[in-house]
Structure formats: C-alpha cells, structure tokens
Design a protein around this ligand. Structure first.
Ligand code: NDP
Ligand code: HEM
Length: 489
C-alpha cells in the first residue's frame, strides 16, 4: 500500500471540504440539505449490509493453494487440476457455523461448513461440504423445514429444543448426523483442528469416459481436537469470535494450516450392489470397503485483505463443476444444484460471478449481458447472441457430461433403505471409547432437557433404542425417565 496520503473524495471523486462538521445555517442552525457529502455518507452507510446467508451466516475465510501429491488420480478423473503430482491450484475456503446469525458465537454445538473454491484452469470448482461426512436428511424437499427447526421459534424468537427434537424424532434418517453432532466433534477446538467432507457422492469421469463414484475427505494435518463443553460455553460469552481469531492469527503468524485430501473411489457398477445406497447422504461408505486414497494437500497461507469483499461476497455453489467431475443422483445434492446460485442472485445480485472473489481466473466467455451492478465491461461491443457469424464463443466437447442411463416411473419416493441405525451404532459402539460414549449421552440429555412435550422425548428414546439400548437407557437415566416399554417387542 502506498504511504502517500490522498485527498478525501466523495463517491463521484470530488474533494471533500470538511469530514468532521456538517454544513449548518449559522453556527447553531439546522443542517443544510446542500451538504451533499453528508447526505451521501449517511445514505451509503444505510446500504452497507447485504442479506446474511440464510444458513451458514457466521464464517471465516482464507486463501491458499491445493497441490496434487498422487499421479494416479488421473486414472479416475480427467479434471485438469488433478492431472499430475505437483500441480498447484489457487483456492479460497470459507468455514462457518450453520444455525447462528452473522454475529453469533463460534464455540457452539453445530456442524461446521467447509466450502472450498478451486480456481482451476478450466473454471471454478466448488466443493461445498461440512466437517461431518453425512447430513440430517436425504431429500432436498425437507431442507427448509429442517432449517426452521434449527433457527428461532416464530413466537419467542428463541432457539427451541422442542421443535428441534420434534423434527428429528419424526425424521429418523437424522440419527447418524445427530450422533456425530453430539459427540466431541460437535464443538471443534479450532477451525484448523477439524476434518472436512464433501459428504455427498460425486461422479468422476476419466479421459476414456469411464465413471467412478467418489467421496471426498479432507483430513486435518493439525490433528482432530475438540473443545470441552464447559470451556466452549465460557468462550462463547467471553470471545464469540474465538474461531475466527484463531484462524486469522495462525495464518498471520505463518502457522499455515493444511489438510490432506483423500477420496474413496467406487467403480460405477458397484453402486447397484453396495449394502447401502451410495447416494444416500445419511450414510458413509465403510473405509474397509472403499479405502481412502490420497489426492493432495491444501494449505491456507493468506488472510483476506477485506472481509466483506472476499468472505461475505464469496459465492460457493455445488453446481460449479469442471470437466471430469459431475453430480450424482443424490436427492439432496440435486436440490443444492439449484439452491446456491439462486441464493447468490438474491443475496449479492445477478452479476455476483463477476466479483473478484468469485470470478473464474481461467476467463469467462458467454452471452450473458447487463443486469444490476454490471461493472466488468459487459462484453464491450462484442457479439451478444448465438449462433452468430462473428467468431463468438462456442460450445466445446470438454463441457459435455458423461451420458448416463435413467429408467423407472416418475414418482415421489423414499430411498428404499430404512436402516438408520447400523451406522450410528458402529460409531457409538466400535469407534467411540468409554469416555466419548459417556459424554455423548450427557450431551444428548442436556439438549433434550429443553423439550417441553413428553411424546417427543418418548419417540426419540425409541429411536435411540434401535441404535443401541444402552444409548437410549443412558439418556433416559440422565433425563430421569424411562425408555417406553412398547419398544421391547
Ligand atoms: P473406521 O474405523 O475405518 O473409521 C471411523 C471413522 O470415524 C474415522 O474416519 C474417524 O475419523 C471417524 N470418527 C471418529 N470419531 C468420530 C466422531 N465422533 N464423529 C465422526 N467421526 C468420527 O470405520 P468405518 O469406515 O467402518 O465407519 C464406522 C463408523 O465411523 C461409521 O458408521 C461412521 O459413523 C463413522 N465414520 C465413518 C467414515 C467413513 O467415511 N467410513 C467417516 C467418518 C466417520 P479420523 O480417522 O479422522 O479420526
Ligand atoms: C450455505 C442451501 C445442504 C453446506 C447454504 C446456503 C443455502 C443453502 C441457500 C446459503 C448460500 C449463500 O447465501 O451463499 C442448502 C440446501 C440444502 C443444503 C437447499 C439441501 C438440499 C447442505 C449440505 C451441506 C451444506 C448437505 C454440506 C455437506 C453448506 C455450506 C454453506 C451452505 C458449507 C456455506 C457456504 C459458504 O461458506 O458461503 N446452503 N444447503 N449444505 N451450505 Fe447448504
């Protein structure tokens, strides 16, 4: 930054005569409407906020790079940014909580958003995941209802465990995610000490047109660390921005956090026979069935220069793919393909893709023109329709999707798998140790204590019983109640 002091100007560039005192009629007279600088200053201030994100409003961002470490990945995808070991791609990440508003506390029990934008040579690839490998629901049509239960009650404007557990107890597909959420990992120590997951299944396509199903895992190189519940509560009051501050300071002190990206790869044909529907986002694929394969390393080495410009205006969309990476039929992912860019058009405008943080560094060439806040030259005098005789940009074979077969009746149907229990059971019984199991039970009970309606507790305890009787009984004991008898059939 230049040290040369510049004269203060209005937004239209005219020098400002006085920025400390308004123009008045006489020494104590009323303020003059002629003080156009004052009017402009107040008016611009009134327009400083864009709508906060409807979910994931509170967040921290950082710049960095992704470097491929495995030459074999090109066997599975033709994505250029993954083509060879040593290839580096600039990226930007935004971490977030889900339910809280823009100013809410960081150290709460909530999933953490883990949204990565890779500025590849073939356009932006966005991987908009969480720090959990699964999700609460598995059909986009339930998302607005689910989020209403996580936000504030329409009458009290308070967070409301009654509506949270009402919804969860009536949506048993949530059991896996709520077990992760109420485990120690529900409150990460810092944003640097948690894993990230793509959560959905995605499709990779190689140069020969062969397709594979993929799950992404970003494993933290700092190690997983979590916060003790009491300390988290204290920090939420004392320093609501604890996680933002930690990330900023770490990068500022050149303690660059990194993650190793690994994938599980399922050959396309396996999907029909796998013991879980591989497109159901409430399920993981066992590591024994599909082991993790290293892809590369993500390093965060630069803080944003301006929070609003880079973090608030960042627009991540699961619909931003590059050749070699495509959607799967996951019904949540399919809904998300619509939802994000729609949110961005509302939140930051029709031309949000032209903002510097969102703009593809590889170039954007199309026939989209005009609209509010068009500040990038708008295509100048170049041809603005297609087909044309004037050498305008043309479609290319690289952009074509891998054709796939569809069949069946159009209908509104559930996934044909009602086993919501075996995976949270494996987590509870096989992965957690005694201490983690005990804390899980306490965390569940502490939250459920806020439920007013007894039938909700009963229904949820029945669901927990199907995960593991000792889980349901442990929670019931802490709530000084019993697991309802009709479960013992
Ligand atoms: P593994 O023993 O191979 O893997 C267990 C996984 O659980 C590890 O990835 C571990 O992460 C992770 N983990 C440990 N504690 C928690 C926690 N409190 N919340 C969330 N994840 C945790 O077993 P399987 O692959 O057979 O899976 C068994 C169960 O582990 C699953 O049902 C699922 O609940 C859970 N899990 C599985 C994952 C998968 O992709 N297969 C991913 C994450 C969880 P780390 O190694 O980083 O410590
Ligand atoms: C943010 C919708 C499921 C991760 C958002 C936003 C919307 C949204 C509208 C705000 C976007 C913005 O204003 O910039 C949905 C819908 C879902 C869904 C409709 C289900 C159908 C998920 C899932 C994950 C996820 C399953 C993770 C696996 C995120 C993240 C953000 C976000 C990380 C914040 C992105 C950022 O940092 O800007 N979601 N979401 N969402 N969502 Fe979802």
């Amino acid at each position: 930054m230049s040290n040369e002091r510049k004269n203060l100007t209005t937004a239209s560039g005219a020098p400002v005569g006085d920025n400390q005192h308004s123009l008045t009629a006489g020494d104590s007279g009323p303020t003059l409407i002629q003080d156009v600088h004052l009017l402009e200053k107040l008016a611009h201030f009134n327009r400083e906020r864009v709508p906060e994100r409807v979910v994931h409003a509170k967040g921290a961002g950082a710049h960095g790079y992704f470097e491929v470490t495995n030459n074999d990945i090109a066997k599975y995808t033709k994505a250029d940014f993954l083509s060879e070991a040593g290839k580096r791609t600039p990226m930007f990440i935004r971490f977030s909580t889900v339910a809280g508003e823009l100013g809410s506390a960081d150290t709460v029990r909530d999933p953490r958003g883990f949204a990565v934008k890779f500025y590849t040579d073939e356009g932006n690839y966005d991987l908009v995941g969480n720090n959990t490998p699964v999700f609460f629901i598995r059909d986009a049509i339930k998302f607005p209802d689910f989020i209403h239960t996580q936000k504030r009650h329409p009458r009290t404007h308070l967070k409301d465990p009654n509506m949270v557990w009402d919804f969860w107890s009536l949506s048993p597909e949530s059991l896996h995610q709520i077990t992760i959420l109420h485990s120690d990992r529900g409150i990460p120590a810092t944003l640097r000490h948690m894993n990230g997951y793509g959560s959905h299944t995605f499709k990779w396509v190689n140069k020969d047109g062969e397709a594979f199903w993929i799950k992404y895992h970003f494993k933290t190189d700092q190690g997983v660390k979590n916060l003790d519940v009491d300390l988290a509560g204290k920090l939420a009051g004392e320093n609501p921005d604890y996680h933002l501050e930690d990330l900023y300071n770490a990068i500022n002190d050149a303690q660059y956090p990194s993650w190793t990206l690994k994938v599980q790869i399922m050959p396309e044909a396996d999907a029909k026979h796998y013991r879980y529907d591989p497109f159901d986002v409430t399920k993981v694929w066992s590591h024994q069935d599909y082991p993790l394969i290293e892809v590369g390393r993500m390093v965060l080495d630069r803080n944003p220069e301006n929070y609003f410009e880079e973090v608030e205006q960042a627009a991540f969309s699961p619909a931003h793919f590059v050749p070699g990476i495509e959607a799967s039929p996951d019904k949540m992912l399919q809904g998300r393909l619509f939802s994000y860019s729609d949110a961005h058009r509302y939140r930051i405008g029709a031309n949000h893709e032209a903002l510097p943080i969102n703009r593809a560094k590889s170039g954007v060439h199309n026939y989209q023109r005009d609209g509010q806040m068009r500040f990038d030259g708008n295509g100048g005098g170049s041809v603005n329709y297609e087909p044309n005789s004037y050498d305008g940009p043309k479609e290319s074979a690289e952009g074509r999707i891998n054709p796939f077969e569809v069949s069946g009746m159009a209908d509104a149907v559930n996934y044909d798998n009602e086993d919501h229990y075996s995976q949270p059971r494996a987590l509870f019984r096989d992965v957690m140790d005694d201490g983690e199991r005990a804390r899980l039970i306490t965390n569940f009970a502490d939250h459920m204590r806020g439920v007013r309606d007894e039938q909700i507790i009963e229904r949820q305890l029945k669901e927990f019983y199907k995960v593991a009787p000792e889980l349901a009984e442990g929670i019931a004991k802490e709530l000084e109640t019993e697991v309802p008898e009709d479960i013992y059939y």
